[in-house]
Ligand binder design. Sequence first.
Ligand SMILES: [Zn+2]
Length: 600
Amino acid sequence: MEAYRLTRKEGAPGIDGVTAEDYEANARSLNIELQAAAPPWERGRSAAGASHRRRRTSGRRLLLVLRMGRRRWIWQAATNRMPMAQAWVRVTKRAIHHEVRMRSKRQCKTGAIRLRTTATRTIKRHALNRTVNRQSSGAILAELKHRLSEIYDLTAAGSVLTWDEATYMPKGGTVARGRQSSLLRRLAHERFVDPALGRLIDRLEPGADKLPADDASLIRIVRRDYERAIRVPAEYVARANAHGSASYNAWIWARPANDFAAMIPFLEKTLDLRREYASFFAPYDHIADPMIDDADEGMTTATIQRLFAELRRELIPMVRAICDQPPADDGCLRRSFGEEAQLGFGLSVATQMGYDLERGRLDQTHHPFCTKFAAGDVRITTRVRENHIGDALFSTLHEAGHAMYEQGVNAAYEGTPLGSGVSLGVHESQSRLWENVVARSRPFWEHYYPALQRTFAHQLGSVPVGIFYRAINKVEPSLIRTDADEVTYNLHIMLRFELELKLLEGRLRVKDLPEAWRAGMQAYLGVTPPNDRDGCLQDVHWYFGSIGGGFKSYTIGFQSYAIGNVLSAQFFAAAVKAHPDISSEIASGARRIRTSCPQP
Ligand SMILES: [Zn+2]
């Protein structure tokens, strides 16, 4: 308790959000007492002169008693097993500390029950701790990596189920699939928050600076993720996932039927769940902060609001200035283009960019996405519209950007948190860099347009590259985010972000969302959706249970798209500064890109 008091100012919470007073009150209310009934320790000197603690008397049995309320646990051993006794005391105290802290944070009514369960588990795991205490740091690191790799495989198995659900699963599998996905996520979460994993991190941290940089980074990242994960009960993870699936399945019907009323109860429950999630991380400056930090570490509601204010100031006059000009003619994109030829062309460009089909594949889904099961299996999906060539082409290149980022990660990190992208915003920067900065540029089409014309000779044979280039960059305020051009896109994001904040804060009721949406669209883009299908029902995010987003909770927040847009432009500007010939190399088709790392 004293140690706890030292880490925070009087009356103020520490970084875990708990005040010393709350902690002590809870500890007292649980009536916890740890007694060493053996004779006291004393300091002594070994034959080699090193200071150590030893028992004053020998030949007796050591008795340690942990009391909580009316229950007690006893650890008894011969005195020559003193290191084990010390380990027992250490892990038991840590378990108590953790539980009291969590109880203080949540003021959870079931705290006492969980405390007993954890203490029992702690005692049962004593054997493991003895092993851990004797292990070298190399062996402990190997044990940590082994555990992380099992968690990674559980998560990847869940991703396979999700991919299958979106690509080939018959409708009849929906209910069972929701249950199966939810189970895998819960199991992965439970394994990750296992106190034994926390103890491995505890053991590794003190010597981390002497380890190779990659291992030191791994310990740092796992510690960060672990500290976040232990705040979220596995029961919540399963509950939130089950609700996300149910809500998504309702939305699949509600959106085509333009039935927002059917989604109101789902969205209200989603909001309650997101508020509950935020409460695990209290205190915060804004209720959305924990979710934003999950998706893009270090970002907060305030930083995003500042970024958006700056963007808005520049974008709105830009949109107006463009819209005052005669609109670009994009008729050449809206002819009839065969599905097979569209898929083939998009994939051939993606592979020339660097997407490795030995470690990937392309399928069709309603919503394009990229998913990773292993370093050697990073898949993308796309969507084909026969009467618009841009849809499949740019979706494929966007998802290939995500996939190349993942394929480019050193395969030695496979199965650990270092083995995937650093944040959702950075991930989006990679997809958007390829999709928009590279693949909508004039030099890119100087090179690829002749091939596109050969593929679609009838539709594009007589259309000059300049017309095609203007068509794919047409700026026009529109209703649908995923169809928006790159000038107006961020305004769609800002509207969603503002509405999310209002919903989370309780300043906007769910039933008033359609009206707020229409007003926001009018203010930002000067257009008003005629129905909710093309209004507040259009995006899957909120109806999949994601408001605010979260990297480790498998959901993206809208703000990450805008962060990605900004980063993509900054990365490309930096690349051109370092290698001014990039644009002319793209125009000449020179391959300078290498995204693949050697496989182990
Ligand atoms: Zn993306």
